[in-house]
Design a protein around this ligand. Sequence first.
Ligand SMILES: C[S@@+](CC[C@H](N)C(=O)[O-])C[C@H]1O[C@@H](n2cnc3c(N)ncnc32)[C@H](O)[C@@H]1O
Length: 336
Amino acid sequence: MRYLFELSKEHNTLPTSEVISCLKAGKIKFETIVSNEDVLIVETNSGNDEIKRLTDRLSFTFYIDEFLFSSSPSIEEIKEKANKICISRNGSIAVKYKNRSEAINSQAVVKILAEVFSKNRTVILNHPDIEIRCFITDTGIYVGIKIGEINRSRFEERKVQHRPFFSPISLHPKLARALVNLSGIRKNETLLDPFCGTGGILLEAGLIGVNIVGSDVENRMIEGCRKTLDFYKIKNYDLFCSDISEIKNHIKNVDAVVTDLPYGKSTTTKGENIDSLYLRSFEDISNILKDNGKAVIGLANKKSVSIGEKYFTLVEIHGFKVHKSLTRYFAVYEKQ
Ligand SMILES: C[S@@+](CC[C@H](N)C(=O)[O-])C[C@H]1O[C@@H](n2cnc3c(N)ncnc32)[C@H](O)[C@@H]1O
């Protein structure tokens, strides 16, 4: 079976990497068929139930569909390919679309798909048994049957200004969730954020059933983080106040570390030079991470990536504009 992930395109590399990490975390064997900024299409022996579960984890994907076909922006080609598809499932049908391109008239595409797929079926626009999705992009027209939608509004609702403890240092929840996903962490495994601040990363990990451990040098952050986790009824957490170099006294052998290091502006480094703090942080993180575990680390600048390479193997790096004037680099490392 082939599955189509309709990517949010809010970033050029992160959405694809997030899906791939979640497939691997779900132990789903797959082969990539198409990968570009709009979509990821994979082939797998896993079924709809397993793939649909990813809707609870992903943040940079809109929909997951059973893939039917792709086409160039030509009505003749779309009609020909649609006519070759036989949908064995019974039930009512609707055709929905998302248009990201000017290459073809979307109404004409929907009309032809509706004509082909509604033969001998009832059309019901709200909650049909079968929802045909048509994703019109500059990289191609992708057609599938929806199996799941990612509820992205929940990430907006969890923005730090809506939580019981506020500080502007917190990342957007959908970015925090994607970073958790990049670590490949599984339910019931343990994830540590040793610079937890308001707890934005811990919250996203806790919500997908991961055991979470957080620490921060500032006690007021730990207390604020606790309020947030309690507000969202997160149960399996442990928090303590500690400088990064002391955490080895509290915990060892964690499955993943996901953290956003201080970057010296609004987030305090207590006067310490960034390079020196980063160097000891990487060393301490490498001491408490299990072998083959992933560390996903937010860094102030690109040159700091190499500091981490003294202790880890670099897997990938994503530059992300957090504010208009601030780009953060999120590096994924693996401990060998
Ligand atoms: C960029 S913020 C983390 C923001 C966090 N991801 C959130 O969602 O709020 C960095 C945090 O590192 C903490 N910090 C700074 N120096 C530290 C140190 N030496 N050891 C541990 N934590 C430290 C700061 O108090 C701050 O809360």
